[in-house]
Design a protein around this ligand. Structure first.
Ligand code: NAD
Ligand code: DAU
Length: 351
């Protein structure tokens, strides 16, 4: 693969993926990043790449739902592959206002698949679809999600992602397109928008604001450091079975309350409060998220056995790196939180 379209490359995982491709992987071709730059997308996440990798990185500010624009992009660049990250990604927002989720996650994926279909006979393009473990719904106390677990999405976000997964599968089966899909658990690391649990708690704990924990705090997520996800996606794109689905996870189940307490304790060590108090005192239990999935846990045996992937980062080392990154990038946090995010918070919760 020499010429890759990355959608949503200015967001959290997409920007980490582009950096990984250009600096840490075997890839020596060109990446074209197509991103609409919603509240979650920041060009700043990729500053300096054009200069650092001359001729190997290009940016196009475009909406993947725009058919004409997608046609132009596919004509302008001679892609061998698409890695599709672009999405509305935050569950709470999907509950308040699902519209953009249906548009981008379903219609946007359809528009891209149509372009790949149009090129099928003249210029075959591989399509990798980045999806989520949330399509499987919620687990009880035992068991894991495998690639054969039935889909049971519970939020507008996960239902829109499930729908896009089905479109990808259908285009593979019906039109014979070369497709792969990955379903990953919760990511954390640099450049994550501070509305998601880990960066939100870091930011609030630093500012001595309340730390909101939904419900009883015992919901479980399976945490994966973002670079491990990027490495898995790249392996699947290159070597995954065509038409295949792969689960990706961190083998790192944690209750939310444990994650929050860990961040408090690490910050107390790195930046003790002048009062000498523990940041755990800021923890505030709040009303639960509607339809809140209780537990996610991934079985990634297929990815391990077929492609030899396992996570490299432990939660201890990953959370340390992440907290340090946010401490060193307070100006980034301030900038991404300004504007649209502030007005959304105000609209939902008042001043
Ligand atoms: P993000 O919200 O940080 O970034 C999404 C990016 O997509 C942004 O840059 C945004 O501007 C862009 N975008 C949104 N709508 C667009 C449109 N219509 N046209 C073009 N660009 C558009 O999301 P993320 O957390 O980096 O997630 C990336 C992908 O990975 C998503 O598909 C998500 O479902 C999936 N995923 C995320 C996680 C996680 O823990 N964050 C886990 C598993 C899977
Ligand atoms: O599992 C993969 C998914 O992980 C991705 O597909 C989504 O794009 C990504 O946003 C993430 O979804 P979650 O809903 O699990 O992530 P979030 O960070 O919003 O919440 C993590 C857990 O923390 C969840 O159980 C809800 C809880 N939570 C979240 C927030 C924002 C709180 O208790 N308090 C909060 O303020």
């Amino acid at each position: 693969m020499k010429n890759i379209l990355v959608t949503g490359g200015s967001g959290f995982i997409g920007s980490n993926f582009i950096r990984f491709l250009l600096s840490e992987s075997s890839f020596n071709g060109r990446v074209v990043n197509v991103d609409k730059l919603t509240y979650a997308g920041n060009q700043e996440n990729l500053t300096g790449l054009e200069e650092e990798f001359p001729g190997r990185y290009a940016f196009e500010k475009k909406d993947i739902c725009d058919k004409e624009n997608m046609r132009t992009i596919f004509e302008k660049y001679d892609f061998d592959a698409v890695c599709h990250f672009a999405a509305e990604s935050h569950v709470d927002r999907s509950i308040v206002d699902p519209d953009a989720f249906i548009m981008t996650n379903i219609i946007g994926t359809y528009m891209l698949l149509e372009e790949v279909r149009r090129k099928k006979d003249t210029r075959p393009v591989h399509f990798h679809h980045v999806s989520t473990d949330e399509v499987y719904g919620s687990l009880g106390e035992n068991g894991f999600f495998t690639e054969t677990t039935p889909y049971r999405p519970n939020s507008p976000y996960s239902a829109s992602k499930a729908s896009s997964d089905h479109l990808v599968r259908a285009y593979g089966k019906t039109y014979g397109l070369s497709v792969t899909t990955s379903n990953c658990s919760n990511n954390y690391g640099p450049y994550q928008f501070p509305e998601k649990l880990i960066p939100l708690i870091i930011e609030n704990a630093l500012c001595e604001n309340p730390l909101p924990v939904y419900g009883d705090g015992k919901n479980i997520r399976d945490w994966l450091y973002v670079t491990d996800h990027c490495r898995a996606v790249w392996m699947i794109m290159q070597h995954g079975k065509r038409g295949g689905m792969y689960n990706i996870g961190g083998q790192c189940e944690k209750e939310n309350i444990e994650v929050v307490k860990t961040i408090c304790d690490r910050l107390d060590d790195m930046r003790p409060l002048a009062s000498g108090k523990s940041r755990q005192e800021l923890i505030t239990f709040v009303k639960d998220r509607p339809g809140h999935d209780r537990r996610y846990a991934i079985d990634f045996t297929k990815l391990k056995n077929e492609l030899g992937w396992t996570p490299k980062e432990s939660f201890d080392t990953g959370i340390e790196k992440t907290i340090k990154w946010y401490l060193d990038h307070k100006d980034w946090v301030e900038r991404v939180k300004s504007g649209e995010y502030r007005s959304w918070i105000k609209q939902q919760y008042g001043d």
